[in-house]
Write a protein that binds this ligand. Structure first.
Ligand SMILES: [Zn+2]
Length: 359
């Protein structure tokens, strides 16, 4: 069974708490999301902190999954626009204190996400982004954690800002959710960064050509859930195969209650995901799911929600990368897993997953 480490999980996103476009549609189902991930051997999660407040909340969530979920602390380029409206010094000091305390407790494994995003200037203008990218790099030097970096359509500025800091940031970092060109990839590799690949990195044929060039010793995979799911229309989708396969080996469980639940399930009209062994429902139909259905896989398992990405999908990223690079799923998964453990200095314990099943 391949080992997975999803380094990009946004559990503070309202979708994981049942809220869509400001409307409460269902209860938080993070427990089920984590169970699905563990079922397919997603052995570690790195939860993303995107602002001071989100970093605090994501730390609380990670604390309920000890040795399983870790976090980053930082302020995303699209969110740094909130800093000038409050007391800048207080905000940045608190961010630093949170990162330092989290580092001591072992929960915070990276500083970020920080960086530049020129695709979404409507959230924060470029000048403000550059200002707080620098100020947060100053903090990162003091904190001494690896970096979790975000870069969109800003490669030149990104490199010219971060380059002078690199000698003071010996732990390096990952440029996550990479969607740049082959030339940009080479420049980032020269600086020693790992490259994080998710569904957004696999959308077009050009994307696939670039991902193909990421060396195995610099490759990291992630979902960026609930975002960046792999859609049917994406170039990478053609490489996906149905469960069971090398990325999702067959699960054998000893479930006995399925017979009793059959009648209820049929009446609820659950449809299965086209690729994975879980039901797939629209968020509005979540209430039709009976939480008494405790199966890990199959039609009685808790459902995936249409349009919402989650950590269990990381095997699909690995499957696509394996096909385009012409390497086995095991090879891709193992390199990405080991690279992630190494970068974030996460110990490799034998097993942090309770097994209710065999492969
Ligand atoms: Zn990002």
């Amino acid at each position: 069974m391949p080992n997975y480490f999803d380094i990009g999980v946004n559990f503070t996103d309202p979708m994981f708490h049942g809220e869509y476009h400001g409307r409460q549609v269902h209860n938080s189902d993070i427990e089920d999301v984590v169970l699905r991930a563990k079922t397919f051997n997603v052995r570690r999660l790195l939860l993303t902190g995107s602002s001071l407040d989100e970093s605090r909340r994501t730390l609380e969530i990670a604390a309920s999954y000890p040795e399983y979920a870790f976090t980053t602390v930082g302020c995303h380029p699209c969110t740094v626009g909130e800093i000038p409206s409050v007391d800048e010094k207080v905000y940045l000091d608190e961010l630093k204190e949170l990162a330092l305390a989290g580092k001591r407790s072992g929960l915070v494994k990276a500083f970020g996400e920080i960086g530049l995003d020129y695709d979404r200037l409507h959230y924060t203008d470029a000048e403000t982004q550059r200002l707080y990218f620098k100020k947060q790099l100053d903090i990162a030097v003091e904190v001494g954690l690896p970096l979790f970096l975000h870069m969109r359509a800003a490669n030149e500025d990104f490199i010219s800002i971060i380059k002078p800091y690199l000698s003071k940031l010996p732990k390096g970092g990952v440029v996550h959710s990479f969607t740049g060109t082959a030339e940009e990839l080479q420049k980032l590799l020269l600086l020693g960064f790992y490259i994080g690949v998710n569904g957004c990195s696999l959308k077009t044929e050009e994307n696939l050509e670039v991902v193909k060039q990421i060396p195995l010793d610099k490759l990291i995979v992630e979902t960026d859930a609930p975002w960046c799911e792999i859609k049917r229309t994406h170039a990478g989708y053609q490489y996906l195969t149905k469960y069971p396969n090398a990325a999702y080996p067959k699960i054998i469980t000893n479930q006995t209650s399925s017979v009793n639940l059959k009648a209820q399930s049929v009446s609820s009209g659950m449809q299965m995901d086209p690729l994975l062994p879980f039901p797939l429902i629209k968020k509005e139909h979540y209430s039709k799911y009976d939480p008494a259905h405790e199966a890990l896989v199959g039609e009685f398992a808790s459902p995936l929600i249409k349009g919402r990405n989650e950590p269990v999908h990381i095997g699909q990223v690995v499957e696509i990368v394996s096909k385009i690079k012409g390497e086995s799923v095991e090879t891709i998964a193992e390199h990405a897993y080991k690279n992630s453990l190494k970068l974030f200095e996460v110990p490799e314990e034998e097993d942090v997953i309770d097994r209710y099943f065999t492969y």
